[in-house]
Design a protein around this ligand. Structure first.
Ligand code: ATP
Length: 199
């Protein structure tokens, strides 16, 4: 699996629809300071579900929408799509190409899509779980992240190894199953109380 294409429109400094094609192997993005290199990696993390405006170097989520310039008016929504080559079947979908899209409106509403079909953020998170791709995964190492990883608490460091070894999916399912069990236990208690009242 590799990143084939990224399309940005109305996202940060990319006012017009901008398409970047990548090939298998190493790609370097070069450009002067402030030309938008980091905005590309922000876009990738954003599609993958980043919810913190701060970690996208903004104050609020609206800051990721193109805010206008001397030459151009601001736009009303921002959108980023990532297309991944899935010919090795690394993603559990029967498509050779998988495109994930996120769009946000100035109202704050976010939309997510997988291959142009509307979906939930949870579907995108689950799709990439244990693949090494994800907003918190080790495949995106931002500025200062290596130092952060080395100096971070051992529990947090373990999280990185857990993602790499592919067990995060099972931990997340266990958490979900435990939550359902707790809900069921609460319902049983309520039913028990009702039965006691009726007797
Ligand atoms: P450096 O090499 O200095 O790290 P860079 O190439 O990584 O720079 P970025 O940090 O990606 O550059 O881009 C910063 C630019 O993006 C700034 O000029 C900033 O004004 C612009 N920018 C960020 N958010 C928006 C927005 N919402 N609307 C318009 N422009 C924006």
């Amino acid at each position: 699996m590799f990143l084939k294409r990224i399309e940005l429109a109305g996202f940060k400094s990319f006012a017009d629809k901008t398409e970047l094609e990548f090939v298998n192997g190493i790609t370097a993005v070069v450009g002067p300071n402030g030309s938008g290199k980091s905005n590309i990696s922000d876009g990738i993390r954003w599609v993958l579900g980043e919810q913190s405006a701060k970690s996208l170097r903004g104050g609020k989520m609206e800051d990721i929408i193109f805010a206008g310039s001397d030459a151009r008016r601001a736009v009303n929504y921002g959108e980023v799509s990532l297309t991944l080559d899935n010919s090795d079947g690394a993603l559990p979908l029967e498509y050779n190409e998988v495109t994930v899209t996120r769009r946000v409106h100035r109202s704050g509403d976010s939309e997510y899509m997988i291959n142009k079909q509307a979906c939930r953020l949870k579907d995108i998170t689950e799709l990439f779980m244990d693949t090494g791709i994800g907003k918190e995964a080790y495949s995106i190492i931002g500025q200062g992240r290596i130092e952060e990883i080395l100096s971070t608490r051992s529990e947090d460091r373990r999280g990185i190894f857990e993602e790499a070894s592919g067990i995060v999916k099972y931990k997340s399912r266990k958490k979900e199953a435990k939550r359902k069990l707790d809900d069921t236990e609460q319902n049983l208690l309520r039913i028990h109380d009702l039965v006691m009242e009726l007797e």
